[in-house]
Design a protein around this ligand. Structure first.
Ligand SMILES: [Fe+2]
Ligand SMILES: [Fe+2]
Length: 203
């Protein structure tokens, strides 16, 4: 279960497959950001051994995904370049409750924003894998592998959010996280709906 409030526009997969060069460059940047974010969360929240173990391993996996996407980018004769300004991620971070006076809620929101992003990545990488498979495009196999991993990342971030409330002694941790995740998923769907459809993992 990916907790998405809205499915991706059905036109997206064909658009992405038509502009695969743009997608693989954008996707490489996404994997880089995922690795960096996981490491920054490890630095920010070193108190929980489960979080440390899980997110340091996740950072390793995302860095490996990045390396594979760099290979794809290079093999296609493309240049990675610098990432575009990321209005999608920034929009989600703007929805995070401020840390001052709400450190625990801030922490949960940071983890749930990652859960939402992983959920959308999973959905779209699967759509792309299926579309590329229909077209006989060899990259379908890589995308078929990657979407399954992103599904486990989504679940992990939700688990770490629940665990954060539980460790603080809140008895209704799971219910709190469900409510907050549903709200953030609605925000995420609104961000996607407000932006033009484009050949990007989160556009
Ligand atoms: Fe990844
Ligand atoms: Fe991921």
């Amino acid at each position: 279960m990916l907790h998405l409030a809205q499915k991706t526009d059905p036109r997206w997969a064909a658009l992405a497959a038509d502009q695969l060069d743009a997608v693989v460059v954008d996707h490489a940047h996404c994997e880089h950001k995922a690795a960096v974010t996981a490491l920054s969360l490890v630095s920010k929240y070193p108190d929980d051994p489960r979080l440390l173990t899980a997110l340091s391993a996740l950072a390793r996996d995302e860095a490996a995904h990045f390396a594979r996407m760099v290979e794809v980018v290079t093999a296609r004769g493309l240049v990675l370049g610098h990432p575009d300004a990321d209005g999608y991620v920034q929009g989600l971070l703007d929805a995070v409750r401020p840390t001052r006076g709400h450190a625990l809620d801030h922490r949960v929101d940071r983890l749930l924003v990652c859960a939402v992003i992983e959920g959308r990545s999973c959905e779209r990488l699967q759509l792309l894998a299926e579309e590329l498979g229909r077209r006989g495009e060899p990259l379908a196999a890589l995308y078929d592998e990657l979407w399954r991993e992103e599904a486990t990342h989504h679940t992990l971030f939700v688990e770490l959010a629940v665990r954060s409330y539980e460790r603080a002694g809140l008895s209704d941790a799971a219910a709190r996280v469900e409510r907050r995740l549903a709200w953030l998923a609605t925000e995420e769907a609104a961000l996607l709906a407000a932006a033009p459809l484009r050949a990007a993992i989160h556009g």
